[in-house]
Structures are given as C-alpha cells and as structure tokens.
Design a binder for this molecule. Structure first.
Ligand SMILES: [Zn+2]
Length: 571
C-alpha cells in the first residue's frame, strides 16, 4: 500500500514502506529516528450507520456456494501467495537491519530488487485482475463483511499497482535516492538552498502520481493522505487539527510557563548497565503479554517492529548506558506495535483484511501502551521492585519520582525529541505546510520562513538554523508527504481508546498498578487487533470501539488535566 516510499536507500524509509503491505512498522518516537544522534466533533451519519450495519453483519455471515465459492477461493489463494512473498521481504529486511554482515549489503540489494519485481508482477498480473473481477461479479462479497473487506482491499491494491505508469515508478525511485542524498548533505551543512530544487521536483512528482493513480475527483493531497491513513481527507483533518490547535496552544503555554519539575540526580545522570536494561525490558515485554513463542526481541541501531505477520513478529530496541528510559519506553512502544501484529485475526491469514488498518491505528497501539500505561504512576508502582533490582543505584527513587521524570514537558525545535504535551504541535505545523504546498497556496521557497513563524505561534520558540527547522525530518526527502498526521492521529486515537477501556474494564488502574496487563491486552485484541482492516477507515473503527468518531477534545482534556496536576497549575 505504501508504494509512495518503496525503493529508497534509507533503511528507515524502506522499513516504513514495508509497513502496510509488509508489516514492518517504525515507531514515531525519537527512539526510532535513525537521524538524531542523541536520539469532530461533526459526526458523520453515514459512518455510524455503516458501522452498526457491519457489526450486525459480523454476527450473521452467510456461507458461500457454487461460483461465488470457487471464485473467492481462487482469489484468496492468489492473495495468500502474494502475502507470503511480502512476508519473505519482511524477514530479509529484519535480517538486514539486525543480523546481516556489512559485506552482504550489495547482494541483499539485488535479492530485494528481484523479490520486489516478483511481487510487482504477481500484484499487477492479468490473472490477479481477472480473479478479483470474477469474485466481484459472482457476488462473493455478499453476506459477510470479512469477505467484502478482502475483495474491497484486493481491488484497491490492484488498482493502485496497475495505475502507476512504469516511468513514474522509475522516476520515484530515482528522485527518492537523489532527494535522500541531497537532504543528508543539506541537513549537515544547514544548506536549504541545495535541497529546495529537489523538493520542488518531489512535490511535482507526487502531483503527477496522484493525477495518474487517484480516483476521479480526489485531490493530490487526499490521495497521499489515504496511503497512510485510509479514508482520511484534508477536510476532515483540517477540522481535527484545527480544533486541536485552538484548544491546545493555550494549555501548552500555561504549562511551559510553570516552574520546571525537579528530578533525583540518580535519574538525571549515571550509568545503567546494558544487560540490566535488557533484563528489565524483557521483564516489561513479558508482563505486557508479548508472546515470545511467535516473536523476538533483538537489538538494532534504530528500533522497529517487523517480521512476517502475526505468527512471526520481530521487535528491536537499543540500549544507551547513560539514558535507561529511552530503551524502556522504546520497548514499551514497540511491544505495543507487536501486540497489534500478534493479535491480528488468524482466521484471515494472508488476506488483506488481516492487515493493520492504518499507520495512525498502528501508532495508537504503541502509544496506548507507551503514554497511557508506561507513562502512568500505576505502571511504575508495578515495576518498581524489578526496576530497583536491576538498577540498585536508584534504590531511593520512588514510583512518583519516575512518573515525574518521564512526563517532563519542554518546548523544543525537534519533533522526534518532543514530549507528550508538545509533540502534536510539530505535526500540526507540518500538516499546515503540506496542505498549503499541495493546495498551491505557498511555494517551496517560502517553507523555511513559514516554519519559523509557525514554531513561534505554536510553541513560542524559533530555531536559528534550518537544520533545527525545515530540514530536520527525513520524510520529505523521498516525497513522503501526508505521513506526519498519522503520528498525532495515533496519539489521539490512543487517548480515546484508553478512556473507553477504563470505562469497560473493571479496576483498570488497579490492574496496571499490579502489573496485570492481560485483561487490557485482551480488550485491545478483541476490539481493535482482531478486526484488522475490516472497517474502511479509522474513524469507523473508532466509532465501533468508543461510540464516536475521533474527538480531539478528549485528548486536549487529558493533557490539560495530567500536566496541570504535574506542574501544580489550575486546569
Ligand atoms: Zn510507532
């Protein structure tokens, strides 16, 4: 699905490219970034009606017979083979990032290119097109929302793959490589002027691709957004982020004006043995319910979740002996992604409906665990004995000290280093710029100045260099426009899911404080993981789980309440 980022030389982006089709997910947190060294309220009626209808239909699936059965089986057999090829890609990518000796990189490049060609041939074959058409005309989708979703997504993937002209695909690969190289250099030398012309070419290429591939009437930016966040549109996002901006900016300003929190020296500096960090991270992963029988936890330079679907989920983390919390929260984050993968519906093995719904929903699962479990007081009550056992030098540190330590807020220039309170403003900034750029309201040349202006408006700080501003992220260097919103959508979905989980699970906070996470994992599994891509959009899933589409005010209320209490200011 994420063809927009395929074939680029940066391992970070390759992994992201793999995510939807190939089930490799890079985390949105700073721990995942390979580039930093320190590291509606307008309710859509049709949505509600459709969600309720599909929920009822789940209970009443009608078995197929005759032609419909034959055509459905022929289609799913093709789809499963394609999925297996993509799984192989997932494993060799994991190997490349975790195990592969350096000398094998050229050979691995050739292997991946050969595999990609094979996948493309199968995905775009006339036989695949005929199998989809046969299943559609035989009525195989009728009577079962799962079959309907399989055929819907097979059609979607097929159209996407065949509509892209070969020369645009080649140009995409070429420009991606060129853009990445130019960006690395420009960022290093704080030289925006050298990157701007390539960025202009990338914007033009994405517009050209949208013109060739998008359904009639779909704008270039909506086409790009849909690659990462299916069903999401610029209009809906403008509404969501508009409300978020209006309500959150004053909360942020209030908290940042308060007296900074003080922390015990044992947490701020010291040496935390890597082996002890690894032991603690494995303890946390097991407690969260990560299944080591169908998964692995290894080390890599840049943490990610990958592998080959729900039966083989590979997560990685990294350890730095001066900052233990990065590894701990990084692991909690990746385990959140991994639990989603391990919880996908095994009755739909190898079929498109089994896949994660969107990048934002994937991120909601990692952030659910990271923000609402890992960053809670209760979690640290549960983990304190194990923490002290692994890090004896912290014996005087309390659960409350740890809670305050991991929830400090500060305005900064760099998105990947941002805390929970300020993070979303970095995303709002990028969305507003991308939207204006694709809408023809601004030019590439204006980006650096507009960046500074928006940083001042949103967070009250202005970067002195472009390296700390417009050049900081890798995403635009290969034309990954429309990707940033997923990070903050994920945080907001996580918040809304968490509020619902606390209503529906008896003694939620007590369970966390006792380190008993199984009922929470199982709630997420039942409501979110198991339904995969059954719903056509994240709003519809959110409606089915929480009773309402995404509502940014829930997120703002959470942040206001939590940070006002932490910083001792009025809500
Ligand atoms: Zn993530």
């Amino acid at each position: 699905e994420l063809v927009v980022t395929q074939g680029f030389p940066c391992p970070h982006m390759q992994s992201i490219a793999s995510s939807a089709l190939r089930r490799v997910v890079l985390s949105a947190s700073k721990r995942s970034n390979p580039l930093t060294s320190s590291t509606r309220r307008v309710v859509n009626r049709s949505i509600i009606t459709r969600s309720a209808a599909s929920m009822r239909a789940i209970a009443a699936s009608v078995p197929l017979s005759g032609d419909a059965q034959v055509s459905y089986e022929a289609l799913t057999s093709r789809l499963k083979k394609l999925s297996s090829l993509n799984d192989i890609e997932g494993i060799i990518t994991w190997d490349e990032l975790v195990m592969m000796p350096e000398g094998a990189s050229e050979a691995r490049g050739a292997q991946k290119a050969a595999l990609a060609e094979l996948v493309h041939l199968q995905a775009t074959s006339a036989a695949m097109g005929e199998a989809i058409s046969a299943a559609e005309s035989a009525g195989a989708a009728e009577g079962c929302p799962w079959r309907r979703a399989v055929i819907r997504d097979a059609r979607r993937d097929y159209n996407d793959a065949v509509r892209l002209p070969a020369e645009l695909k080649a140009k995409e690969a070429e420009l991606g490589a060129k853009g990445y190289a130019a960006w690395v250099k420009a960022r290093k030398n704080d030289d925006w002027a050298s990157f701007a012309p390539v960025l202009e070419e990338l914007v033009a290429l994405r517009k050209e691709m949208a013109a060739a591939c998008a359904d009639p009437g779909v704008s270039a930016y909506d086409y790009l957004l849909d690659k990462f966040e299916r069903g999401m549109t610029e209009e809906r996002l403008t509404e969501i982020f508009g409300e978020l901006r209006t309500k959150l900016v004053p909360v942020i300003a209030k908290i940042l004006a308060a007296k900074p929190l003080a922390h015990p020296p044992a947490l701020e500096s010291g040496t935390f043995a890597e082996d002890a960090q690894e032991a603690f991270c494995k303890h946390v992963s097991a407690a969260m319910g990560f299944d080591f029988g169908t998964g692995r936890l290894d080390r890599s330079v840049h943490p990610f979740t990958g592998g080959a679907g729900p039966h083989d989920v590979r997560i990685t983390t990294r350890y730095d002996d001066s900052v233990f919390m990065d590894a701990v929260m990084g692991t909690v984050h990746e385990v959140g992604h991994a639990l989603y993968e391990q919880g996908l519906n095994k009755e739909q093995d190898g079929l498109p409906v089994q896949r994660a719904l969107s990048m934002g929903i994937h991120e909601s699962q990692s952030l659910f665990w990271e923000r609402y479990i890992g960053q809670s007081q209760e979690f640290w009550k549960a983990m304190l004995p194990e923490f002290h056992a692994n890090f004896p030098e912290t014996k005087d540190v309390s659960a409350d000290d740890l809670y305050r330590f991991i929830n400090k807020a500060k305005a900064g220039f760099i998105r990947v280093d941002a805390d929970e309170l300020t993070y979303s403003m970095h995303v709002v900034l990028r969305f507003e710029l991308e939207r204006a750029l694709f809408g023809g309201k601004i030019s590439v040349a204006e980006l650096p100045d507009l960046w500074r202006e928006k940083m001042r408006e949103l967070l009250g700080v202005v970067p002195e260099t472009d390296t700390l501003g417009v050049l900081q992220d890798v995403h635009w260097s290969d034309g990954s426009f429309g990707y940033f919103p997923s990070y903050t959508l994920g945080a907001m979905y996580a918040c809304q899911f968490h509020a619902k989980a606390r209503e529906e699970i008896d003694g939620f906070d007590e369970l966390v404080a006792a380190g008993k996470f199984t009922p929470i994992r199982d709630w997420l599994r039942d409501k979110i993981h198991n339904v995969g891509s059954l719903y056509p959009s994240a709003d519809e899933l959110c409606e089915a789980v929480t009773g309402a589409p995404l509502d940014p005010s829930i997120y703002v209320e959470h942040l206001n309440k939590k940070y006002s209490a932490l910083y001792g200011v009025a809500e």
